[in-house]
Write a protein that binds this ligand. Structure first.
Ligand SMILES: Nc1ncnc2[nH]cnc12
Ligand SMILES: [Zn+2]
Length: 356
């Protein structure tokens, strides 16, 4: 538990999570468990000592040197996911933790291309994750949204194939998959590699987001916006371009910031360096998220607490963050009103208790 006097307030504050990869919720325990259940050989510890035990794998996660160093483990780990039940179990394990941390609404990413390249069918992945989402809605009262991510380390032709499956299954029309994003390696592949796919999706009214400005400079953010993204995942390097920052603030574009991820992947030296205050002062809307909690040492509440310890925000500032998270969620107005009311009541309760 964090030492901040605001810990209980932050725990109870109704939260929306907009940036969490379901595959990034695969803990070392679950990797070893599913490898055994599916009779899948993990990498040989003689070649990679990180796979010697659950403890060794957990310890290795504390020393990522970059986004790509992490991604190698992330893609290797998810090879244990094979059956619809595996995908459901993974999603359900995340939603239980999120619920315990005070999350009321979760928009979750998944990377179908990576599973398909191992021979897992698109329907197995989506049906499995979707069953986990339904269970969270029914049993935990969460609202959920699935966001399909194209990955930047595979050819565009592979993204095109998954996009065609998404269209053929009518997953947007039915609401099974709510929106599209892109993720994986940032610097290297062409910034606008998904131009054609995003143009097609935007024309159909599909909500679009994109990982940008995590390791890459602000031109990755402006390119994502040019291609039709209305939300930016990470985006911390936006502070390097004041004009673009003004535009992002003016247009109400949400940044989905992930402080513990930024530290683990060495985008910043510490949470103090995540430009939380600069964003607040510039009127840039952002939410605080966990990204890949099984790999980065913390779920959403740990990220909220880390921000509080580093930046000492006031109750009013937290209220603004929580309200912006609701306002920029991809949910109907009635759900927004319900969550905003809960935030108001939580803040009032805290004020009364503080005055007593
Ligand atoms: N932090 C991150 N950046 C880019 N792609 C990712 N996929 C999973 N986590 C990611
Ligand atoms: Zn991410």
């Amino acid at each position: 538990m964090c030492q901040s006097p605001l810990h209980d307030f932050l725990h109870g504050l109704p939260k929306c999570e907009h940036h969490v990869h379901l595959e990034g919720c695969l803990t070392p325990e679950l990797i070893f468990h599913l490898a055994s259940r599916n009779d899948i050989a993990l990498p040989n510890p003689a070649d990679n000592p990180a796979y010697a035990s659950i403890a060794a794998l957990t310890a290795r996660y504390e020393h990522f040197t970059s986004l790509d160093d992490f991604l190698a483990f992330y893609f290797e780990g998810m090879a244990v996911l094979r059956t619809e039940q595996d995908f459901t179990d993974l999603a359900w394990s995340y939603f239980q933790k999120a619920h315990a941390d005070g999350v009321h609404h979760a928009e979750v990413f998944f990377d179908p291309q990576v599973h398909q390249s191992r021979g897992v069918a698109y329907a197995t992945i989506v049906d499995g994750f979707s069953a986990g989402c339904k269970r969270a809605e029914t049993e935990l009262g969460l609202s959920t949204r699935l966001i399909l991510c194209f990955v930047r380390h595979l050819p565009v032709s592979s993204a095109k194939e998954v996009y065609e499956e998404f269209l053929a299954h009518k997953h947007f029309e039915s609401g099974v998959v709510h929106g599209l994003g892109w993720s994986s390696t940032e610097v290297g592949p062409p910034k606008d590699m998904f131009r054609e796919l995003y143009a097609s999706a935007a024309q159909k009214g599909v909500p679009l987001t994109a990982h940008a400005g995590e390791e890459g400079d602000p031109t990755y953010i402006s390119t994502a916006l040019e291609l039709g993204a209305t939300r930016i995942d990470h985006g911390i390097r936006l502070v390097e371009d004041p004009e673009l920052m003004q535009r992002v603030a003016r247009e109400g574009i949400l940044l989905t910031v992930c402080p513990l991820s930024n530290v683990r992947l060495r985008c910043v030296k510490s949470v103090e360096e995540v430009p939380i205050r600069k964003f607040l002062e510039a009127g840039v809307k952002f939410s605080i998220n966990s990204d890949d909690p099984a790999y980065f040492g913390g779920y959403i509440l740990d990220n909220y607490c880390a921000v509080q310890e580093a930046h000492q925000l006031s109750i009013l500032e937290w209220r603004i963050i929580a309200e912006n998270s609701v306002q920029q969620s991809w949910i109907p107005d009635e759900r927004k009103a319900e969550l905003l009311e809960r935030i108001e009541s939580h803040v009032k309760q805290h004020m009364v208790a503080a005055e007593a």
